[in-house]
Design a protein around this ligand. Structure first.
Ligand SMILES: [Zn+2]
Length: 332
């Protein structure tokens, strides 16, 4: 058993309380590789932003659970080396689907876990979340639970249709589970294809697809029922058109990829939404930079040559999100 505190990590409690009060949101960036980790830490340190580094089950399968844990420990030390004596870094499990997986992460030094029982019947979701909360709280680890179902595909998580969170359930759910934050479904979606063209309208001026707006009415109803309670948005990449265009220009094929407009996320950040998950945008930034580099330099074969611009491009994207969308910069 390793405590996250020994690793220099923090849980989400104080971070979320400040974010809800301050009208901003903490970025939760997924990571699988060293380059992503470096870019996240550099961006967080340069902007003085707290940050949640999150690992999905798929990331653990890809990179190895032990390696990722040591990378998170490395992230804390790296942040210190970059001139940040008390980095505010959370290591979070994204979409834990069993008690055993959550326990394993807590025992390995995670400071926060998500238990996603959103596909289960209501009472089973509560029972599973409560079991995880009871274990996690013994070690001061914070727990995110989910109510409502997001559409889209992300690693092992997928659903064809979304079910908005029912505001009438949130008080009962949060009280009975004891969770520290609640992921809700108000129209965000996993992956780079958040909406089909049929679900969108077309901007008559640019010809670009405009996704349906987020259900702010549901968010505000939830805020009224649970004043000050930390709310989480999953599937909140914006799928920047310039990255998609770069990928398509250099041999990729991502037709009609659509994300959540940044203005809507900016608005959500000012509410009780205090954690916004961004994964696809990092994948797009990395792939766009690598495709461009390799197309322009066909004789190069040293991975450092193309991973360096990939890392730079991800860092630029992370800083943009922190400063221009979530407003979590200059917070310590
Ligand atoms: Zn998610």
């Amino acid at each position: 058993m390793v405590s996250y505190k020994e690793l220099g990590l923090v849980n989400t409690k104080e971070m979320f309380a400040k974010a809800v009060k301050g009208g901003y949101a903490i970025p939760a960036f997924n990571f699988n590789t060293m380059e992503q980790m470096q870019a996240i830490v550099q961006a967080a340190v340069e902007t003085k932003s707290p940050v949640i580094m999150q690992v999905s089950k798929g990331a653990r399968n890809y990179a190895n659970a032990t390696i990722l844990r040591y990378m998170a420990q490395g992230a804390v030390e790296y942040a210190k080396e970059l001139g940040c004596p008390n980095p505010q870094i959370v290591l979070h499990l994204d979409h834990g689907d069993t008690f055993e997986l959550c326990k394993d992460c807590i025992d390995m030094g995670f400071s926060s876990v998500m238990i996603d029982g959103s596909s289960l019947p209501y009472e089973e979701n509560i029972a599973l979340a409560k079991k995880v909360v009871d274990y996690a709280h013994k070690y001061d680890v914070t727990v995110e639970a989910e109510l409502g179902v997001l559409a889209g595909v992300e690693d092992e998580v997928s659903s064809a249709v979304s079910h908005y969170t029912k505001p009438e359930e949130v008080i009962d759910f949060s009280q009975r589970t004891g969770c520290d934050s609640l992921a809700i479904s108000i129209g965000t979606s996993h992956g780079a294809y958040k909406f089909t063209p049929a679900q969108c309208t077309r901007d008559p001026k640019t010809g670009k697809l405009v996704p349906p707006p987020l259900a702010f009415d549901i968010l505000h109803e939830i805020e009224k029922k649970l004043p000050g309670f930390p709310i989480v948005l999953h599937g909140s990449s914006s799928v920047p058109q310039d990255e998609v265009d770069t990928i398509n220009k250099y041999g990729g094929k991502l037709p009609d990829a659509v994300g959540i407009p940044e203005e809507q996320l900016r608005e959500a950040s000012k509410s009780a939404v205090c954690k916004i998950n961004i994964d696809s945008d990092s994948r797009l930034a990395m792939t766009a930079a690598i495709r461009k580099y390799l197309a322009e330099n066909p004789s190069h074969f040293d991975p450092r040559q193309y991973l360096k611009p990939a890392r730079e491009n991800m860092k630029k994207m992370y800083i943009h999100k922190i400063v221009n969308v979530l407003g979590s910069n200059e917070k310590f």
